[in-house]
Design a protein around this ligand. Structure first.
Ligand code: ATP
Ligand code: MG
Length: 713
């Protein structure tokens, strides 16, 4: 009789789940059950008594996935979620560093900076070093620092070959010093510090090596070098590493992810078992065929076949909008129809390549009264009012956190001006202390009294907080800091007050599931920012970037903004390697859909304050055209792929201008009155042909070619 855990698995999945305790690689395409196999294996190992709960370490890609995994395992057997180490790389490293903060050289209540915090810390540092923002753009400095950390390099190990690189290295060094002084770590530091902790503390390393007998990693293709080295250290005591991944879904090369880890893994762990899963259980045939055809265009692949026993299903719907507004309008109408047909909103996802696209979509959905949630983008914990409240909370737990202090010392306003802040920062720098300590020691000039009152305020809150539960501390902070009063008097403050209420509720949920500990909650706020749901339980349309959608699946998926320069992204147009990464990203997007897939594009769109006119994405051209159904008239994709003739993608209604006119569909032209536009259609023969041009905000116009005097651009 088969074990109930193993029911329904196909033979390859079964083999993977029940492998003997040796390292193995499961290399398989989207929707083939990799995550399911990984979860089943954990449950199987536990339920057959091969390992106890403390012996398992599982790395997932998002906190959401970690939670889902715990729920799935919990459904199969009773578990102690605190005993099982299941989480993201960052989450697990945070956990280990909290347990061993002393060995790691961190204060007990060390705080985590999210990317926004990191950027302001860098700006602050550059200012204090009198360095020019133009010469050292803070974002680039951030990339430089993170990039080095992700390669495991401390400043001393960074190579510098000229004045500029030496200066960058010096900035990195100063940045490190500033972080240590303030007791804060950025995301990359979590990993690097944890890696060094294990590397440099033999007994500790041996303890964990002896403890974790099974290490399981999902989405292995997106691990970076440092993560891989961290895994190698942890598993160095002979643990069985079970890695599952899909090279075709490697989409984080820009952040240092390294598909090469798949080869290194096989070598370093003497892997003799590579299992391929080829049956896709997620999508209907047409969707899978489209995905397979698309990814087949990539050259650097390990190569896999995916098939499905499911029916072909519906064709893929394509909508060609004149503008981003029309695209959003289309989305609203379709979603309404799907809702009327009985599809729950939560089963529908709207994906986009770039966060900036969501604004127009959100506006349309909001106006239409459709409930939606955005993953990523401006996350709950990143909202201004939330960050303010959390900054007070941070100061209570660790007053040396300069970022937090500078954020709220004069918010709400207390008459502490920039001059005073500069003096305080200067004092801190000269004496090598935190700004808080500088504030405590007086010397703030004219604003000394205001600064002293601020110090008292924080001290008083800290004293009261000592006897309160976390949700009450949050309420206390909101009231006593003056935030409540401030937002009450603000015209649009109600939404912010609602969010502050939500923060207290989030804290309540956190306490019921974890500890009643402010530091732990602050770490959670930094690490799990994207997963917070403002209205839990309410069904909502899911909006997210394609990157954020990895590993998830939905009944219906809309992929929006399929335009050259947007998806694929501008920076890939002249770079074959980047283009392949964009194609993998599109592959990830398509394979999120179970039953229905929409692709949409807008001929003109407002992005970053500019109207841009674009051609259809080459990815539309790369899909088998018989799988597509154009819902309205479209225009053919740019001829990016030489061997596919434009006629293949031309919808039946398309009329191409004769060659001698010098025009083509998709041509950019300029009109004296209407400005720049894109040719979208053509009509008539002989002496009086008409041409249709999309002028974006001005609209779409039919013009008599003879009189229009179009300038070809
Ligand atoms: P991705 O590459 O997108 O992360 P994956 O390979 O991890 O995908 P899963 O998410 O594990 O795939 O599985 C995809 C879907 O197929 C899930 O809904 C899962 O429950 C289902 N599934 C997996 N294996 C089977 C099976 N043997 N029988 C029925 N359904 C299955
Ligand atoms: Mg998966």
């Amino acid at each position: 009789m088969t074990h109930p855990l193993l029911e329904g698995l196909n033979p390859e999945q079964l083999a993977a789940v029940t492998l003997p305790p040796r390292s193995a690689l499961i290399l398989a395409g989207a929707g083939s059950g990799k995550t399911r196999v990984l979860t089943s294996r954990i449950a199987w190992l536990l339920s057959t008594g091969q390992v106890g709960q403390p012996g398992i370490l599982a790395v997932t890609f998002t906190n959401k996935a970690a939670k889902e995994m715990l729920t799935r395992i919990g459904a199969l057997m009773p578990i102690n979620p605190r005993g099982l180490w299941v989480g993201t790389f960052h989450g697990l490293c945070n956990r280990m560093l909290r347990l061993h903060h002393r060995d790691a050289g961190l204060p007990e209540a060390f705080q985590i900076m999210d990317s926004q915090d990191q950027l302001s810390a860098i700006k602050r540092l550059l200012k204090s070093l009198n360095l020019d923002d133009d010469k050292f753009p803070p974002r680039e400095v951030g990339h430089y620092i993170n990039g080095n950390k992700e390669e495991g390099r401390r400043p001393a190990e960074v190579e510098a070959w000229d004045e500029h690189s030496r200066q960058l290295r010096a900035i990195y060094e100063e940045y490190d010093r500033q972080c240590r002084r303030e007791g804060v770590v950025d995301f990359a530091e979590l990993l690097l510090r944890c890696y060094e902790l294990l590397r440099d503390h033999g007994p500790l390393r041996e303890h964990y090596q002896g403890r974790f007998r099974h290490v399981l990693v999902d989405e292995f293709q997106d691990t970076n070098r440092l993560q891989y080295r961290w895994l190698k250290l942890l598993a160095g005591g002979g643990a069985a590493v079970f890695a599952v991944g899909d090279d075709d879904q490697s989409i984080y090369a820009f952040r240092g992810a390294n598909v090469g880890n798949m080869y290194d893994f096989q070598r370093d762990f003497a892997v003799d078992t590579v299992i391929r899963l080829e049956q896709n259980y997620r999508s209907h045939g047409n969707i899978l065929d489209a995905a397979n055809a698309l990814i087949g265009r990539n050259r650097s692949r390990l190569g896999k076949n995916l098939w499905t026993a499911e029916a072909a299903g519906e064709p893929i719907r394509v909508f060609d909008a004149a503008s981003d507004f029309e695209e959003a309008h289309f989305l609203v109408e379709e979603v309404r129809q799907l809702e009327r047909d009985g599809l729950p909103l939560g089963d529908i996802a709207v994906l986009y390549r770039s966060n900036a696209q969501s604004r127009v979509l959100e506006h349309a959905l909001f106006t239409a009264g459709i409930a939606y949630r955005v993953y990523g983008g401006l996350r709950f914990f990143e909202r201004q009012e939330i960050k303010h409240a959390l900054a007070y909370l941070r100061l209570i737990t660790n007053s040396d956190d300069d970022n937090a202090l500078l954020r709220v010392i004069n918010f709400p306003t207390r008459g502490i001006g920039n001059r005073t802040l500069e003096t305080l920062q200067e004092t801190a720098r000269v004496t090598g202390t935190s700004v808080w300590q500088a504030a405590c020691s007086g010397g703030a000039g004219r604003s000394a009294a205001s600064v002293a009152r601020f110090v008292q305020l924080i001290e008083a809150m800290r004293a009261t907080a000592a006897n309160l539960s976390l949700p009450d501390i949050i309420r206390l902070v909101v009231e006593q800091s003056g935030l409540l009063q401030h937002y009450q008097s603000e015209k649009d403050g109600q939404e912010r007050l609602d969010n502050l209420d939500q923060l207290a509720i989030a804290a309540l949920t956190f306490v019921s599931e974890n500890d009643d500990d402010a530091t732990a909650f602050l770490a959670h706020a930094s690490l799990e920012a994207g997963d917070h749901q403002a209205n839990p339980g309410q069904a909502a349309l899911q909006l997210m970037t394609v990157h954020a959608a990895k590993g998830l699946e939905f009944h219906t998926v809309f992929i929006t903004g399929l335009e050259e320069g947007l998806f694929p992204h501008d920076n890939s147009l002249n770079d074959p390697a980047n283009l392949e990464e964009e194609r993998r990203l599109m592959y990830v997007a398509i394979t999120r859909a179970r039953r229905r897939l929409y692709l949409s594009l807008a001929q003109s769109r407002m992005l970053h304050g500019q109207t841009r006119f674009s051609l259809a994405s080459r990815f539309l051209d790369e899909l088998p055209q018989d799988l597509l159904r154009w819902l309205n008239r479209g225009y053919p994709a740019v001829g990016a792929v030489p061997h596919s003739s434009p006629s293949q993608v031309t919808p039946a209604s398309r009329r191409a201008p004769p060659a001698e006119s010098g025009l083509r569909i998709g041509q950019t032209v300029e009109h004296a009155k209407f400005g720049v536009g894109v040719v979208v259609d053509y009509e008539g023969q002989g002496a009086n042909p008409n041409v249709q041009v999309n002028f974006g905000a001005v609209g779409i116009k039919w013009l008599a070619l003879q009189y229009a005097k179009l300038k070809l651009l």
